[in-house]
Every structure is written in C-alpha cells, then in structure tokens.
Ligand binder design. Structure first.
Ligand code: PHE
Ligand code: FE
Length: 285
C-alpha cells in the first residue's frame, strides 16, 4: 500500500476488489486513531454489563479488543475457530446484494475507517467502531452466527422477489436494535445500540419507547427511524427463537405483506405482546 492508505479517506472505493473488499492495512492507522478507539471502547464497555446481553459481554471479556483498533487478520484466526466466520475489510457501505452474498458465505464486511473525534457521540455512516465493536462479538455465538448467514441467503432471495424493504426491517429490529429478555432483565444484542453511547442506556431505562415481543410479520411491516433513537424495540426470548421463527420460507409472508400499509414506528397494536408501552406521545402515522 502507498502513503495515502484506504482508510485515510472516508469511503475510498478506488482500490477495492469486485466483491468490494479491500486490504485493512492495519499498520496504517495512526496513534491518534488507536487512542480514539480506546476512548470509544472504554465508554461502551463500561456500560455493557448493565445493558448488553451476556453473550456480548463474555466475548468482549475474553478477547480484549480495547487496546486499539483490532487487526482483522488476528481476529479471524479466533473467529474461524469459534464459528467459521471471517471478517472482510470494506471501504464503507456496500450494495445490498454484495452484502447478502458476504453474509451467505459467512463473511462479515467491516468498514476500515474510524470516525473523527468530533463524531465521538454520533455518526451517520457505519465506521469500524460500529461495525466491529457492535457486530463482531455476537459472531462468536453459534446460533446468532447461523442466523446471520440465513439472513444473507434470505436477502438474495428477497432481492429476486422485490422484498428487500420488508427484510431490511427485520435486520434493523434484530441485528441492529434488538432486545433480549434475560433472567437479569431486558438487555440488548443490537449493534446499533451496543456501539451508541446514548441509546445503550436509553433502550433499557427510558420510559419513552415501546418494548414489544418479537413478532416476525409485525416487524417486517413496521417502518423505522434512522435519525433518532428507536420508538419501538422488539424483544426476543433467546437467539434460538430468532433462528427458528425466521427459518420458514418467507415467500408467502412477502406476498401477504405486500398489499398492506406499513405500520408507523411508534404504534402499539392490540395483538402486541407488550413488555412496556412507551410514555412518549404517539405520533400520527
Ligand atoms: N427463511 C427466510 C426466507 O426464506 C430467510 C431468512 C432467514 C431471512 C433468517 C431472515 C433471517 O426468506
Ligand atoms: Fe450495523
């Protein structure tokens, strides 16, 4: 690699392979970037025991990702042994089909660049801190790892069926913003929450959002907000429930849902299994 390495520019797509992968060039990260990673990590990991599921906390405790930006190569040796997944480096967001194809082959795309210090609290696009800290620990869980591969396969099919929008809601409300009901109380396994300083306490402690039992068809019919904390979280009992509920062929589900209006993100339905009804006033659809 030359002086201007891939991660010096945000989303440098000029040097990627056809599958959107790049070289991580771990040696090219600056000391300032490693320090920023340590600060991001320290804040999130301090909150994790109270708000994150045990699977996440235990993996972090075992693997020590807090000393600086991790090398994918080093992590891949451990991840391969644990669940046969691999991380691949990408310049940033990749097209839907490329993303699905990686997941279907047990490859998780991780963005190579780190946010700036000004983006410590909030970032619009996923960076390496979100992609790695939020997503990678759960890839060490065998059931969750299988779910994510199945999701990738389902994505390729949803693409053919024109159903990506419905399937994306499932990803959003599980992989990114899912809650799990544990003996210690509600916890999160969602990467979008785990990597967020604000939403991690909010999703569990705040009286404002709804917390509703996982319901596959309901989720695939529910829109979501990308620029605020979530108005509704869906709660699984365990990863096995998630895997089993999503195992059937979705083709008839997509057909059933395609004629229906999507639900607003804030709505509570009579059929919902309500853990908590949000205190924030419900906005109109
Ligand atoms: N079973 C789904 C289908 O047939 C695939 C899938 C699995 C989708 C897991 C999401 C999560 O489309
Ligand atoms: Fe993510």
């Amino acid at each position: 690699m030359t002086g201007e390495t891939a991660h010096n520019l945000r989303g440098d797509y000029s040097r990627m392979r056809p599958d959107y992968t790049v070289v991580q060039d771990w040696a090219g990260y600056s000391q300032a970037e490693h320090d920023l990673w340590k600060r991001l990590y320290a804040r999130q990991v301090a909150l994790a025991p109270k708000y994150a599921c045990d699977e996440f906390v235990d993996t972090l405790a075992a693997l020590h990702f807090g000393d600086g930006i991790p090398s994918f190569e080093a992590v891949n040796a451990k991840l391969g042994r644990a669940t046969n997944w691999q991380l691949v480096a990408v310049p940033g967001l990749v097209p839907d089909l490329t993303f699905f194809d990686h997941l279907a082959n047990r490859r998780f795309p991780v963005t190579v660049w780190l946010r700036t210090p000004e983006e410590f609290d909030y970032i619009v696009e996923p960076d390496i801190f979100h992609d790695f800290y939020g997503h990678v620990p759960l890839l060490f869980n065998p059931v969750f790892a299988d779910y994510l591969q199945a999701y990738g396969r389902g994505g390729i099919k949803a693409h053919e069926l024109g159903a990506i929008e419905m399937l994306s809601r499932l990803y959003w409300y599980t992989v990114e913003f899912g809650l799990i009901d544990t003996p210690k109380g509600l916890r999160t396994y969602g990467a979008g929450i785990l990597s967020s300083g604000g939403e991690l306490p909010y999703c569990i402690d705040s009286p404002d959002p709804n917390r509703i039992g996982f319901d596959l068809l309901r989720i695939m019919r529910t829109r979501y907000k990308i620029d605020t904390f979530q108005e509704t979280y869906f709660v699984i009992r365990d990863f096995r429930e998630l895997f089993d509920a999503t195992a059937p062929d979705f083709t008839p589900y997509y057909a059933e849902l395609s004629g229906k209006e999507p639900h607003a993100p804030s709505i509570v339905l009579p059929s919902d299994r309500v853990y908590h009804r949000g205190a924030a006033p419900q906005r109109a659809a």
